[in-house]
Design a protein around this ligand. Structure first.
Ligand code: IMP
Ligand code: MG
Length: 187
């Protein structure tokens, strides 16, 4: 049965990606990743908190063995504009990454700063390989020349919430991805 989302309806301008589309997209990505990582030592690295839902759904669908771990970074301030500086709030405390093929799991790529920074950081920390999957991509917003290895869906330059993505820590529990009404964040 579908979740009743009426309590959030007033804040959402439109549903951009339905639950069904999200499910199909994650299934497709899981097939691509399983094919490429069949003979590797996959470590799925969930970037907290936005990627929690995506990582959970992706790992359930993966047909190759993998470990999971988390890092927490922040690039956004309280609002809807990227702060431009990446802070590591929770690091990956592992001694030896030399036999790990890390796949960074990101909810959305915007300026590109977070993913390009994390790829360099983990490579410098000795990972055997570092690749990235972004469920959503806003290519028109890129400020750093970086393209994820796997992309779910390209979306226009609109602030979206749901399926793990938040505005001021709200809306992460929505089962779809929706566009937030601008008046919600411009108040
Ligand atoms: P980047 O470093 O600019 O690529 O930013 C990536 C991060 O910004 C993502 O992990 C999200 O946390 C956040 N972000 C970017 N766009 C949105 C959005 O539309 N809604 C919610 N969070 C977003
Ligand atoms: Mg994020």
């Amino acid at each position: 049965m579908e979740k009743d989302c009426t309590v959030w309806d007033g804040d959402i301008a439109k549903v951009l990606i339905t639950e069904k589309e999200l499910d199909e997209t994650v299934t497709r990505l899981s097939h691509e990743i399983a094919r490429d990582y069949a003979d590797k030592n996959l470590l799925l690295l969930c970037i907290l908190k936005g990627s929690i839902v995506f990582t959970g759904d992706l790992m359930k669908k993966l047909t190759v063995p993998c470990e999971i771990d988390c890092m927490k970074v922040s690039s956004y301030g309280a609002g809807t504009v990227s702060g431009g500086r990446i802070n590591i709030l929770l690091d990956l405390h592992r001694k030896d990454l030399s036999e790990k093929d890390i796949l960074i799991v990101e909810d959305i790529i915007d300026s590109g700063r977070t993913l390009s920074y994390l790829v360099s950081y983990l490579t410098l920390n000795g990972a055997r390989s570092v690749k990235t999957v972004a469920l959503l991509d806003k290519p028109s917003r890129r400020e750093v020349d970086y393209t994820p290895d796997y992309v779910g869906l390209e979306i226009p330059d609109e602030f979206v919430v749901g399926y793990g993505l938040d505005y001021a820590e709200k809306y992460r529990t929505l089962p779809y991805v929706g566009v937030l009404k601008p008046e919600v964040y411009s108040q």
